[in-house]
Design a protein around this ligand. Structure first.
Ligand code: DP6
Length: 331
């Protein structure tokens, strides 16, 4: 029996310019490029132990043994990495999120980023950041953006090797905060993977994709120049364009709840009154309020007062995925 083991940590990320729809869903080649910020306090730590004594892959997520589609998705991802290393050894994967599971916070980005980095290290594959990012993308598109650190751009690319993410600036470049207003922790009816497949059914998707280079340029420039007003305008417009596509897909995907809209309207009023903040929303009802860090306390208090807000999580720009020396145990 031989065993090899490695552990990695990766941050979740929030997209400023969204990934919605694939040109190639098997390879997760996106319809458009995207830009995100890593979230330092929303992390996944994953230990991967390849063991010749195992007959199947196993996955223990937040202390619970997984089966079915969740395990299959991890197993399929490990298959890509095993193929690269030329081995067939099965693995025990132990993974923990440090954010409340079921809080409605997407974990596939941090999960597949940490899984990729740990599994490659455990098999002795020496890949660079770009290769790791492209590989993580096969597990979950947004995971490619959690491999590099800070503010990150995913180049849509034309094929597997050219579709990867890289840092625009490191995390310390801009002291922003993401206040995640949780309005529902219910499991969503249609997750991202199913949603991407519906994007082309909206007549608005082609216009959203055609305009993406303009939004990407504005967002990249706003980050480089720390121009919050420009960032606020472009990320709100981008999120609304994605939700317009979702709402006009067949079947329609309507993720917002009444509290979602209450927060969006409050954020716009606050900004007009000089309290800098901007909203963005992923495939769910929770609202990410992005703001300069100095507004953190006042915004967090105000968000908690809005009817329907259960809790507010806070994160600042996070670093790249990295290997750790200590391993998780199964119990
Ligand atoms: C709305 O990366 O979760 O959060 O590739 O199917 O795992 P899969 O999709 P995923 O999609 C993220 C969609 C989004 C926007 C974004 O993060 O860019």
């Amino acid at each position: 029996m031989t065993q090899t083991i490695a552990t990695a940590r990766a941050c979740s990320n929030i997209a400023f310019i969204k990934y919605w729809g694939n040109r190639d869903s098997a390879l997760r080649l996106p319809a458009n490029g995207s830009i995100s910020m890593n979230l330092d306090s929303l992390q996944t730590v994953t230990t991967v132990r390849f063991d010749t004594a195992l007959l199947t892959d196993r996955l223990i997520l937040d202390g619970r043994e997984q089966s079915g589609e969740v395990l299959m998705r991890v197993s399929r991802h490990l298959d890509h990495i095993r193929a690269l290393a030329g081995v067939q050894t099965r693995a025990l994967v132990i993974s923990r999120n440090n954010f409340p599971t079921g809080a409605g916070i997407a974990s596939s980005a941090s999960a597949f980023s940490a899984l990729t980095v740990a599994a490659c290290a455990a098999l002795g594959l020496r890949l660079n950041e770009r290769q790791l990012s492209a590989l993580a993308r096969l597990g979950s598109g947004s995971a490619c953006r959690s491999v590099p650190g800070g503010f990150v751009e995913w180049h849509a690319g034309r094929d597997h090797d050219s579709s990867y993410a890289q840092s625009i600036t490191p995390p310390e470049h801009w002291a922003l905060v993401d206040l995640v207003a949780i309005v529902s922790s219910a499991h969503k009816a249609v997750g991202s993977t199913g949603g991407h497949a519906l994007a082309p059914t909206s007549p608005l998707q082609a216009a959203r994709v055609a305009d993406a280079p303009r939004r990407l340029n504005l967002c990249r420039e706003a980050i480089r120049e720390r121009n919050f007003e420009q960032l606020a305008n472009v990320i709100e417009q981008d999120a609304l364009m994605m939700h317009a596509v979702m709402m006009t897909s067949s079947p329609a995907l309507i993720y917002w709840l009444p509290a979602t809209l209450r927060i969006m309207q409050a954020v716009q009023q606050w900004r007009q009154a000089g309290l800098l903040a901007a909203f963005t929303i992923d495939a769910g009802p929770n609202v990410h309020v992005i703001a300069p860090a100095e507004f953190r306390t006042v915004l967090s208090e105000r968000l908690r007062q809005i009817e329907g807000v259960d809790e507010v999580l806070e994160a600042v720009p996070g670093g790249p995925a990295c290997l750790l020396n200590e391993h998780l145990s199964a119990d």
